[in-house]
Design a protein around this ligand. Sequence first.
Ligand code: HC1
Ligand code: SF4
Length: 573
Amino acid sequence: KVNITINGSEVSVDNNLTVLEAAKLQGIDIPTLCFLKDINEVGACRVCVVEVEGARSLQASCVLPVRDGMKIKTHSKQVRESRKEIVELILANHNRECLTCVRNKNCELQSVADELGIQDIRYEGAKRVGTIDDFSHSIVRDSSKCILCGRCVNVCKKVQTIGILDFAERGFNTTVGPAFNMSMNDVPCIYCGQCINVCPVGALREKSEIEMVWDALDDDSKHVIVQTAPAVRAGLGEEFGLPIGTRVTGKMVSSLKKIGFDQVFDTNFAADLTIMEEGTELLGRIKNGGKLPMITSCSPGWIRFCEFNYPELLDNLSSCKSPHQMFGAILKSYYAKQKNIDPKDIFVVSIMPCTSKKTESKRDEMEVNSLRDIDAVLTTRELARMIKEARINFTELNDEEFDSALGEYSGAGVIFGATGGVMEAALRTVADVVTGEDIKEIEYTAVRGIEGVKEANVVIGDITVKAAIAHGTGNARKLLDKIIAGEADYHFIEVMGCEGGCVNGGGQPQVSGKIRDMIDVRVERAKALYEEDAIMAVRKSHENKTIQKLYKEFLEEPNSHIAHELLHTHYAK
Ligand code: HC1
Ligand code: SF4
């Protein structure tokens, strides 16, 4: 402990804190624009300056450790003036089209400027010329809005260990982007969108497909089907002011029906289908001496990461398409036939917590008989924009149910959206298949939680499944290096491209640095999914009646010839 004085009051605080943290404990919220705990602690924006007695200049509190006897002022005249000046200088060189920016009303720069009472910018002068890079299918970068905080640079470098973004040039000409000013379309970016999630302003955003979806809805010849990913229900409410971790499944369904989709289905149904295909593939590989460990393939950011960085492990990937792609293929074959609709008239929209899914849906392999599996992918944020545009009063909606044709799903499907969820779902089914019993202990808690790499040996009948789970490509790298070095003998590995899994995907509502510092978003949103699993009557994929019917009437059996044609894929070497 050390004793420090904050604004005249003496307090005793832990000696490993920064001044920013110590002030927060006293109820003082020092503003920041660049700070992100453990990711970006660089003191770059200097909005967090404080006055320290005896120091020659103001100090950035986010990187200033407390010292015994320190006397700090957090809102003296000098501090207030200085913060204003810093923010005004940022604003002077910022593209201030706030009214038409995707981050309007949800921008950290806008909030800080407002909180500091800035009503006038005294430093109008030269402005950096911005460029917009919208060549990729997933991410748009607008350098005219970048404030050079470095958050995206460090999340990409330190958390994802990819390093696509960096600072270039110097002084007034400094920019952030891929090396040699390349487009994000031409670099090994995995489109995880983690950089979007930490961007305090509108410099990074998803490539919007909203207009395409409105056009399809307005076209009477189209039968427009929407499917929602497991994690969307755990995030969407935040866009309407509900607390982080509020589960809004029923309101989400209701809003989609009000928007006018012809059918509203749940990607969870296809998650159950994936478990049937992937579980069978795993048991086949174990029995027949196939390539092990088998690694899950539902996270397209992870797939790109593997293709670029670990091509020697591509044969380890499950050949299963990701659940929403499987769903698209089923809708344009089985469902079309059942409903007597020409598959060419079916337009499938996936609502995903993910920006990489946009690029995945455009991969050449993701079609059957020249029909794309998926026609448009919207992020959770884009769905919220559509709901607002349609003037639907989201928080007042009554809960509604998914449409019955293919709307049934199990608890196993729901938990796909949290790290460890695909593994747990697979274990629930594999355990029953191997033992021929209806096993009652289905909560595999060893694979839950947000530890970066998780391992579990699960005894099922006479086999022990050696399982491992990694989330975020930085954590995945640790696990993969062990496999390559021959230091691991796992059977089955789950990898998700984003830390925490899809609940923290790059298409989920953006949470400010200030809130992230107080709440672990990954944990709160995951709770919502486990909560939904716990109340489901059916909690194992193979017990989903509609899945059973689908195999009986159409797919024959898991990994059959037709299942391979529709539901499996291959990777780029
Ligand atoms: Fe995911 Fe998946 S769980 S990849 O994390 O396998 O995006 O939510 O939809 O497809 O089901 C994402 C989530 C999602 C797929 C499923
Ligand atoms: Fe890095 Fe992911 Fe952003 Fe690409 S999308 S720049 S990989 S953080």
